[in-house]
Design a protein around this ligand. Structure first.
Ligand code: ZN
Length: 268
């Protein structure tokens, strides 16, 4: 996971967000939701409008906001509500954050393995059954008494536990090991709960990330090699390649940045 600026701009300098007509539509739908409260039925045609989807794809470079896997070419993906719209798993009497159903800042692109509950099925080399995971309606707080229960309550006063990629810097919370497994830096509770809720330790994702570990480690070793270092042109090309792997548009950039920052942990 990496930080993504919500007001990020495209190459032409235009802020990446749905157009004004969508915000008008969303504003009207929010007013309806607030009037209907917990009886409001979320209108997917609005919160997952094509204008929303194409903006989220561009802003997050076709990646899941949470696991940073490229997702748009081979799978359907979800417009995920960071604060769940219909119910809250941790609080039985909570109506869901219905008043945030159509709020742009509450919408994130998520792969279905992070957002829905999925099994961690056996692998060829690892045939054990592991528990299912995925976010669904979870939104844990450090202090439940700070929970916003309705539109009059300030969500910014909530003591949240999940890392918000448009607000926090996930690199302060998350680390990776040479197998590609993710861990919480210094066992911080936000990292632990985020890994747990989005199921970021699932084995297929770990193995997928390991490919990036191998690639970054190989480039770092080449850069450290004396013969390459003596060839300015080759060294420049390799450094540019390494930089590209850490760029926001690249898959698993958070992991690539971690490996580049902690080469000794990866045998470089
Ligand atoms: Zn994901």
């Amino acid at each position: 996971m990496i930080y993504v600026e919500r007001d990020g701009m495209d190459d032409a300098g235009e802020v990446i967000r749905p157009d004004d007509a969508w915000f008008q539509l969303a504003g009207n739908a929010t007013a309806t939701a607030i009037a209907e409260q917990n009886k409001h039925e979320a209108n997917k045609a609005i919160y997952a409008h094509t204008k929303v989807k194409k903006a989220l794809e561009r802003l997050f470079h076709d990646k899941c906001a949470y696991c940073e896997s490229k997702m748009t070419a081979t799978a359907d993906w979800d417009v995920e509500h960071f604060r769940p719209k219909g119910r809250v798993a941790e609080r039985e009497n909570h109506p869901g954050y219905y008043w945030l159903t159509y709020v742009w800042e509450n919408l994130y692109p998520s792969c279905q393995h992070c957002n829905q509950r999925r099994k961690d099925r056996p692998r060829w080399e690892d045939p054990t059954e592991l528990p299912a995971g995925g976010k669904v309606d979870q939104f844990p707080l450090l202090d439940e008494s700070t929970r916003a229960m309705g539109p009059a309550d300030d969500v910014h006063a909530e003591h949240t536990l999940l890392i918000d990629p448009c607000f926090d810097d996930p690199e302060d919370y998350l680390g990776y090991d040479p197998t590609g497994q993710i861990f919480s830096l210094n066992d911080n509770p936000s990292g632990e709960r985020t890994i747990d809720v989005f199921h970021l330790s699932r084995r297929r994702l770990r193995d997928f990330r390991r490919e990036t570990v191998v690639a970054v480690r190989s480039v770092l070793k080449l850069i450290a090699n004396g013969a390459i270092a003596a060839n300015a042109s080759a060294a420049n090309d390799l450094n540019a390649f390494l930089e590209n792997m850490q760029a926001g548009k690249s898959q698993h950039a958070g992991l690539a940045r971690y490996v580049a920052k902690h080469p000794a942990e990866f045998g470089v």
